[in-house]
Design a protein around this ligand. Structure first.
Ligand SMILES: Nc1nc2c(c(=O)[nH]1)N[C@H]1C(S)=C(S)[C@@H](COP(=O)(O)O)O[C@H]1N2
Ligand SMILES: [Mo]
Length: 326
């Protein structure tokens, strides 16, 4: 049986989020170093010393609503979007980043844009914030684990930045590299992922106007747990493609290998387009749970092809077998 054959949805209690699965796998492999790391869970080691997960007190980030990217869906409550996070550098539990990421240093911060570009450049945050007009865009974000949110993000198209550095004709891909702060990112000590967290896009995906270089949400600068001071949002792909707290953007000729591909190549491909017809090897992707509206009996929503952005992006994959290029 092929790994990619669709099968029925297991009850959600049987869906193991990636890190828990990795923990088990590593324990089974009796990886001594990893098991030693587990002896002191994140929550026990520093949650109690961390400040509360406030997103109050964040500076406002004015922007203009881009109506072309609005949605009829109800917006996810800010409280949910800022306390239910995946940011494995700060722990594997959804509630941990909101506490643990408060200690991340977000200034001074530079983003280096390099590789296959005519004009490599280091941008500081003042430069980045002024580079193009800030827009508010309401996007769905759909995690590969089967949940989704609807968030008013603030930023501008990544293409505005990439045009400044002038990609060469050899620039076929764009790699995003996340910051490493070992003193506050306990996750870096585990082998769950290949650090630093790296993701990538094909150049035409990166240049698509939907791809948002993101500085804020809900009218304010990004909370640390959501990827301050700057992250990517790629709304037609699974959430893991949207790297947080980015320090380097590298344009390359060869397809980069993302951290998830390096850790579990049969489960996480380079493309990772939201696709209800291609199951994850361990669960169906046909439906999703919308965070904030999930009572026990709430019906799940049907997952939309390309997360609902089919009109905008289907042409990027016109001649591709999306079961192979998952
Ligand atoms: N650096 C970094 N970026 C990351 C992750 C991570 O663990 N580290 N998790 C990804 C995953 S799996 C998801 S679903 C989204 C979650 O973004 P949110 O917490 O803002 O909703 O961030 C993505 N970006
Ligand atoms: Mo995710």
């Amino acid at each position: 049986m092929s790994l990619r054959q669709p099968f029925s949805t297991p009850p959600s209690s049987e869906i193991t989020p990636e890190p828990v699965y990795f923990k088990r796998r590593h324990i089974l492999q009796a990886s001594a170093a990893f098991t030693a790391g587990l002896a002191l869970p994140f929550s026990a080691s520093f949650a109690q010393a961390a400040p509360s997960p406030a997103s109050a007190g964040l500076a406002s980030l004015p922007s203009t609503l881009n109506k072309a990217y609005s949605l009829p869906d109800a917006i996810t409550p800010e409280k949910d979007a800022t306390t239910y996070n995946n940011f494995y550098e700060f722990g594997f539990e959804k509630t941990e980043p909101a506490y643990n990421a408060q200690k991340m240093k977000t200034r001074p911060w530079t983003v280096s844009v390099e590789g296959e570009v005519e004009k490599p450049q280091q941008f500081d945050m003042d430069g980045l914030l002024k580079l193009a007009p800030m827009q508010e865009r309401i996007y769905r974000l759909r995690c590969v684990e089967g949940w989704s949110m609807v968030i008013p993000w603030v930023g501008y198209s990544l293409s505005d930045l990439l045009k400044q550095v002038q990609p060469t004709s050899k620039a076929k891909y764009v790699e995003f590299i996340t910051d490493m702060q070992p003193d506050v990112m306990r996750g870096l000590g585990s082998r769950v992922l290949d650090w630093p967290y790296r993701e990538g896009l094909r150049i035409d995906e990166a240049m698509n106007p939907l791809t948002l270089l993101t500085f804020g949400m809900y009218g304010k600068v990004l909370p640390n747990q959501n990827g301050a001071p700057v992250r990517i949002i790629v709304p037609w792909k699974y959430g893991f493609k949207s790297g947080k707290s980015i320090v380097k953007i590298r344009l390359t000729e060869k397809q980069p290998i993302s951290s998830w591909m390096a850790s579990a190549p049969f489960e996480y491909g380079f493309y990772a387009n939201v696709n209800p017809k291609v199951s994850h090897p361990r669960w169906s992707q046909a439906t999703e749970r919308r965070i904030g509206e999930d009572g026990f009996f709430t019906r799940k929503r049907e997952t939309l092809m390309f997360n609902g952005y089919e009109n905008e992006v289907a042409s990027l994959y016109a001649n591709m077998d999306l079961k192979k290029n998952f």
